[in-house]
Design a protein around this ligand. Structure first.
Ligand code: NAD
Length: 378
């Protein structure tokens, strides 16, 4: 019998993505997988059931989908979904282990082999499965558009019969994948862009996009190309350095993250008071607490005429392409799980699988995951 993949409908409020799109279902079917799609799974990302059926999928209800050997999703499964799973089944989705200890222990106790998409190592061979990069690309693009939308002023310079309009000054804090996409998008809209990051290596990438890199006297690059948390003295220097640039900006887009930690605070509320009325802060680090002290995750507030918006579920604001990119990452990951004879095969010597596994055979094999959920795990 062909191996089955079950695509469940996302149930978290605000989530509009789907784990596999019809185009990818067609490719997987050609490779010999049988794909079961929960009815309505693609509805919020504009992929109708009929498109899945045309691509070769079978439509099913939640129970039917949970019969598959491999279940794929975007958000971590809810308790009711885990209750339908059985020993030896595979589940692949975001698991955000730091904030989902209960789901992780339930998956362990159910004997499910689960893989967390966000734990795929960022090595060259895994680039095609890197959901953190694909979804951050979406977030960065959307952040620039949200900023332009909330701004009461033009982004581009305009020379018109009604006079010349100066371009907007956009400051991007955190120049990783999302920050670089925000820079590129703001530049395409005609803004003058400055950017800042604690990793010195970001300078070249920022400058190649035609933006100015703010001088930093530190380099906080840590393992895997990520940033480490700054010392108290470095944090103070950072706030002083940024204060003037923030006050001069029309728009500030913040994207700074430290893996497994709350987002670093880069903008104190007192700095927001220094900004001009009509300025805009878009804080896409809101999901992990925000880079601005004043950010209220999911809300848009105004302080002295400055809009501070910390949107949640940003990739869901572009559900078509966020799903397409996620699905292609998933297809590449699934490619690791199939032997040449078409059977399911998990090669634990593969660094990608060994790093992204969360639960297997009633245990939590990776020490960092056990530590993240704060238990003994195995
Ligand atoms: P991220 O989402 O963890 O963080 C976003 C940015 O915030 C990072 O650039 C980080 O340096 C920055 N930051 C953290 N603390 C800060 C502070 N106090 N002030 C200012 N900025 C701060 O990171 P990311 O976007 O996922 O990527 C980080 C790095 O990983 C980049 O170098 C990227 O090129 C690299 N990367 C490599 C691969 C690969 O090799 N496969 C894939 C993706 C990303």
């Amino acid at each position: 019998m062909a191996l089955r993949i079950g695509v469940s409908k996302e149930r978290m409020a605000g989530e509009r993505r789907v784990a596999l799109v019809p185009e990818v279902v067609a490719r997987l079917s050609k490779q010999g997988w049988e794909v079961l799609v929960e009815r309505g799974a693609g509805e919020l990302s504009y992929f109708p059931d009929s498109a899945y059926a045309e691509a070769g999928a079978q439509l099913a209800d939640a129970d039917g989908v949970s019969q598959a050997e491999v279940i794929v999703g975007v958000q971590p499964p809810e308790a009711a979904q885990i209750a339908r799973l059985r020993r030896g089944q595979l589940l692949i989705s975001f698991l955000h282990v730091h904030r989902n200890g209960e789901a992780v222990t339930a998956l362990r106790d159910a004997g499910v082999t689960s893989f967390a998409m966000e734990r795929i190592p960022r090595i060259t061979r895994a680039q095609a499965m890197d959901v953190l990069s694909s979804q951050a690309t979406v977030s960065g693009y959307r952040a620039a558009l949200m900023a332009a939308d909330l701004s009461p002023s033009f982004f581009p310079m305009l020379t018109t019969a009604a006079g010349t309009i100066r371009p907007a000054r956009v400051l991007v804090l955190g120049a990783g994948v999302a920050g670089l996409q925000a820079i590129a998008t703001a530049r395409r809209l005609g803004a003058v862009v400055e950017a800042y990051d604690v990793r010195r290596a970001a300078r070249e990438q920022v400058e190649s996009l035609g933006a100015k890199f703010l001088q930093v006297e530190m380099d906080a690059e840590a393992e895997g190309g990520y940033a480490r948390e700054l010392t108290a003295e470095e944090k103070e220097r950072e706030q002083v350095l940024l204060r003037k640039s923030i006050a001069q900006a029309d728009v500030v887009i913040t994207t700074a993250q430290i893996p497994g930690r709350p987002a670093p605070q880069l903008i104190a509320t007192s700095t927001v008071h220094d900004m001009k009325p009509g300025s805009v802060i878009i804080d896409i680090a809101a999901e992990t607490g925000g880079n601005c002290e004043a950010t209220r995750p999911g809300e848009r507030i105004e302080i002295d005429g400055v809009s501070v918006y910390g949107p949640l579920h940003v990739p869901s604001q572009l559900p078509v392409h966020a799903s397409v990119m996620y699905a292609k990452n998933m297809q590449n990951f699934l490619g690791l799980l199939r032997g040449e004879d078409g059977s399911l095969r998990v090669d634990w010597n593969d660094e990608i699988l060994a790093s992204s596994v969360v639960t297997h055979d009633g245990a939590i094999p990776v020490e960092a995951v056990r530590a993240a959920i704060g238990g003994t795990g195995s």
